[in-house]
Design a protein around this ligand. Structure first.
Ligand code: GRF
Length: 213
């Protein structure tokens, strides 16, 4: 599949899915407010009604809605509700910012727009849970974060951007996570900015980025 992701109108409408703290969402909100006029955040959905991310969205005046799986008959129904909501909001791009559920192939195909995810490791190393802890245990000297397109696998989609950070011998899971998180807060808005500018092209597994002039 060759895919040039481009905004259809003046602004790229971006929907966000988040399960928890929402610091990456906050970084996006900040970046859009201060310097990414080509992006419009249209709504934030969560699988957890108590997610701080939803509170942050409300505070920023964004539509925020919980889709707790227990309220739906099946995973498919929960995903269909998400699909309808983002369709209503006319999202051109979905961003997973700490969304802790795997999306089904049906959803990924059905939602009709690209989906990107931020992961706190240098993929394809350490996909899945606790990547910072596993990076420490593996003794790597560098880790970092990755923004990638979402496919039906666990953190397996085509890589858009990566940023490295050093791993120090004195690091704990917390200190490494914090160092990576600081970079996540820059990398995710940058990926969204590049997509909104029509500079990101997916060619099979490879993503090509047209550099700013
Ligand atoms: C981040 O480390 C992100 O990479 C991972 O989950 C964490 C979410 O943090 N997928 P926050 O909710 O954005 O603060």
């Amino acid at each position: 599949m060759n895919l040039l992701i481009q905004r259809k109108a003046k602004q790229l409408k971006v929907g966000v899915l988040a399960s928890g703290r929402g610091s990456n969402l906050q970084a996006l909100i900040g970046a859009v407010k201060t310097g990414t006029p080509a992006v419009k955040l249209v709504g934030v959905a969560s699988d957890k009604a108590e997610a701080e991310a939803l509170r942050r969205a409300e505070k920023a005046g964004l539509p925020a809605r919980a889709f707790p799986p227990a309220f739906f008959g099946s995973r498919r129904e929960q995903e269909r509700a998400l699909e309808f909501w983002f369709e209503e909001l006319e999202a051109d791009l979905l961003v997973l910012a700490g969304y802790m559920r795997i999306l089904s192939e049906d959803f990924i195909r059905g939602v009709g727009c690209p989906i990107i995810n931020i992961h706190p490791a240098l993929l394809p190393a350490f996909p899945g849970l606790h990547p910072q802890r596993r990076a420490l245990e593996a003794g790597v000297r560098y880790s970092g974060c990755t923004v990638h397109f979402v496919d039906a696998g666990m953190d397996t989609g085509p890589i858009i951007l990566q940023q490295t950070v050093p791993v120090y011998e004195a690091d704990t899971e917390e200190s490494l996570s914090e160092r990576i998180l600081r970079e996540e807060h820059l990398l995710l808005p940058e990926a969204v900015r590049l997509i909104a500018a029509g500079k990101v092209r997916q060619e099979g597994r490879r993503v090509r980025i047209e550099r700013d002039a």
